[in-house]
Design a protein around this ligand. Structure first.
Ligand code: LMR
Length: 335
């Protein structure tokens, strides 16, 4: 990948700052930290990123300057992880469905259908051993995991009603990258297609795809509701992000920068996870008010039918993500 000047920018590495500390003039230069993401500002991740920027700049007394690039303005889905490894961007918050290119397929286990019973269980599982285990898988890749940010359960958007697995038969469904999602939609007879987030609206508008899965805040802010007639509250899978840093950058931070940045990240993480549920409830209410869509809320029996159709994904997943992560997840979700 070749990086444009804008993408590489003039970010000063932590090592350079460390080396320059004490030198007149240089010591005053703020440390530029680029945080790139693909969603709109008015979403849990968008707001969490801004919160981190505010807190980081405040806690470092202006010694750090955080540049937030939202809505794929700096990188699209696939480019961003490569840019992080190259050190062209210091922080990212990709959905865990997009971690396979980093060599950490285990993250895709979080996409298993009907994995989490509810928001509380999700938070408990990611806050415990599962979260620690997944972050340990990043260490050898030059990536440091800093926190998990929530964005709630997926809905299915489509150009025809989707109530039963049979309704998905033959539908071209946009997925974001996970082979687990590919598998559970295939089991329903759909034709999954991986597309970058920034390409979804147009692909739905022009019929390149017939359907997609996403959370209310993403469907609202990307205006997918304009180009999809039906919205099914299926809650069949969960969308979460792992906030990650380039390890060389993060571990090279001088102590007087690292501590305030860690504090800023911990607080931004708590804030994001606190607002995620309400952001999605509000987004759904807003779309209902627009009156452009037909909403279908799956009842328990309908969810059970979908769950049964998608269930073989669990056996299939062993070959993709490995037994270890599946066992850890099974244990964590059993309580
Ligand atoms: C998607 O591609 O649908 C999501 O991963 C976008 C996001 O970051 O929420």
């Amino acid at each position: 990948m070749s990086l444009s000047r804008r993408q590489f920018g003039t970010a000063i590495s932590a090592a350079a700052i460390t080396a320059a500390y004490g030198r007149p003039g240089w010591a005053q230069a703020p440390l530029v930290i680029k945080l790139s993401h693909v969603v709109a500002a008015d979403t849990p991740k968008g707001k969490g990123s801004i919160k981190f920027k505010e807190l980081a700049e405040q806690y470092t007394g202006g010694k750090a300057k955080v540049e937030v690039y939202q809505n794929s303005t700096l990188y699209k889905d696939k480019e961003e992880v490569e840019a992080l490894q190259l050190g062209a961007v210091q922080l990212l918050a990709p959905s865990t469905a997009k971690f396979a290119p980093l060599g950490a397929k285990e993250f895709e286990a979080l996409d298993l259908p009907f994995l989490f019973a509810n928001d509380d269980q999700y938070a408990k599982v990611l806050g415990g051993d599962v979260g620690k285990y997944l972050f340990s898988k990043l260490e050898s890749k030059g990536i440091t995991g800093l926190g998990f940010w929530d964005n709630g359960f997926h809905m299915i958007t489509s150009n025809k009603p989707v109530i039963t697995p049979a309704d998905l038969q033959g539908l071209k469904v946009r997925i974001s990258g996970s082979k687990i999602a590919d598998q559970y939609f295939r089991l329903c007879g759909a034709i999954p297609q991986i597309l970058a987030f920034s390409e979804v609206y147009q692909s739905m508008q022009t019929g390149v795809v017939d359907a997609g899965e996403n959370t209310p805040s993403n469907v609202l802010t990307q205006k997918f509701y304009e180009v999809q007639k039906h919205i099914t509250i299926a809650q069949h899978a969960h969308l979460q992000y792992a906030v990650i840093a380039n390890s060389k950058f993060w571990s090279g931070l001088p102590p007087d920068m690292k501590a305030p940045l860690e504090k800023a990240m911990a607080e931004a993480t708590a804030y994001t996870n606190d607002i995620a549920r309400k952001e999605n409830i509000d987004a759904l209410a807003e779309m209902k008010k627009f009156g452009k869509n037909e909403f279908h809320v799956l009842d328990d029996a309908q969810r059970k039918v979908l769950r049964t159709a998608m269930q073989p994904t669990y056996t299939w997943a062993e070959g993709r993500v490995g037994k270890e992560v599946l066992d850890i997840l099974a244990k964590a979700t059993a309580v």
